[in-house]
Design a binder for this molecule. Sequence first.
Ligand SMILES: [Zn+2]
Length: 287
Amino acid sequence: MIKRLLAFSLLMAGCSQGEQSAGMQTSSGESAGNFVAAAPLKLYTFDCGNIEVSDFDAFSSSGDYAGQVGRLTNTCYLIRHPAGDLIWDLGLPHGLVGSAPQVDGIFTVSLESSLTDLLAEIDLTVTDIDFMSVSHSHFDHTGQASLFPDVKWLVHQNELEHMFSTEESKAQNAAFAGLNKTTFSDNHDVFGDGSVVILEMPGHTPGHTVLQINLPESGPILLTGDLYHRTESRELQRVPRFNTDESETRVSMAAFERLATELGARVIIQHEPTDVAALPQSPAFLQ
Ligand SMILES: [Zn+2]
């Protein structure tokens, strides 16, 4: 518990820093006083697959989703910063491109374009990408890791250990094994200026993280990873049955909501079609 409280206070400290940084910037991108000129930070949203769910029961330990049918979007994001480009989440496996939808239990998954193709639409290649981080290591967030052999992987220490804890998980995460990486605990300020911060929000998995982006014009944005999967999951504080730790998830949800309120942040639930539809889709972007 003490560790959690400490982590939370550090999180809040990191976030007020980020908010301040965003506040220094004018909408025209000019610097104020002696501050360094505002970073032309950009957020691109990529369609990284579609997931039809035949029964949402697994997504609520309360049992109230039983029998519900629906759709989850699957999204990846590119954050362009003067100091480098960061990919957040790696979508469904690129091997799905060009094939019929695949059924796996309650999920039917499909993918139209790989990240290679999506980056090409904005004149980038996979080798242009400097940093990569995934909210967590589930299959729908890690599927295209092998496209980025030269990237620097930013990973929470607890997720790293989780990913390589068994022979089965080692095999599933083989594409990550040889990557150059930076590990962290608590939070990680990607570019050192508070503009893009990875925040630990464990419970879905041991090292699950969310991403805070302070855009100069659009303001603070929080990408939820899988802290929530649907709008109602956030409203009702529902925890999936398959999370590694329900009580830890609830602590993360409370921390997340306090932060979202404090920042006045726009919250994007990455699997929620309504939230994703409201974002400009690449090649358009937010800034
Ligand atoms: Zn997911």
